[in-house]
Design a protein around this ligand. Structure first.
Ligand code: SF4
Length: 211
């Protein structure tokens, strides 16, 4: 891998597949963004958008969310899966925002990851989308693309993937790269049955099924 190849990969995805890369979660502010990303583990953005409509209408701020009944939040979000844990984390996280951050979402990786239920990927999404701070959140799709495009070797860690992507992609493209790799992985280079036949990125790929 080098910076020229990384640029060519991103340009090809952008020109041929993901013309206007943008997030698919619905949110109106950083609190809603943080909640939506926390809910998005192991489910689809579409599913999250369905439940957050009601959740954010009922509990639009950290101070209302912290006093929400656990059972009510669970019942609103139950279709996203892992509802018990997710509801508990969102309520606890809201408490901390109120107690420690004046009901605002902090803008550093360290502070974000200290919140209940907020891991590194979630924190990086909030930094990138909420604060426009360059970062490359590595979810399952971005990780798979980092491997297939040979940024990392098989079974290297998520942190190594994040570091390699940041090393070979220009900082001013980190946020865009996150969207491009995620959406290309989600819709074209899927985990099972990727669309290799017509793929214009074959030459960069370790797993071209048409070889
Ligand atoms: S050739 Fe197949 S596995 Fe490789 S990037 Fe294209 S779709 Fe993905």
């Amino acid at each position: 891998m080098n910076k020229i190849i990384a640029t060519e990969i991103l340009d090809t995805i952008k020109n041929e597949y993901i013309i206007s890369p943008k997030p698919e979660l619905d949110y109106n502010n950083n609190f809603e963004l943080l909640c939506a990303v926390m809910l998005s583990a192991q489910t689809t953005d579409k599913r999250v958008n369905i439940v957050t409509k009601e959740l954010f209408m009922k509990y639009p701020t950290p101070s209302l969310m912290k006093d929400a009944s656990l059972d009510d939040v669970i019942s609103i979000i139950k279709s996203v899966g892992l509802a018990n844990n997710k509801a508990k984390n969102i309520i606890e996280m809201s408490k901390e925002l109120c107690d420690k951050y004046n009901s605002t979402v902090p803008n550093s990786l360290e502070l974000l990851t200290s919140l209940p239920g907020v891991g590194r990927k979630t924190a990086n999404v909030v930094l990138a989308l909420g604060f426009n701070i360059p970062s490359i959140p590595v979810d399952t799709h971005v990780y798979r693309m980092a491997y297939r495009f040979k940024f990392i070797k098989k079974d290297e860690s998520v942190i190594i993937a994040e570091n390699k992507l940041m090393k070979f992609i220009d900082k001013n493209r980190w946020i865009e790269a996150h969207h491009l790799l995620l959406l290309f992985g989600r819709y074209y280079c899927k985990s099972q049955n990727p669309l290799c036949k017509e793929c214009k990125l074959k030459k960069f790929c370790i797993e071209n099924k048409e070889k």
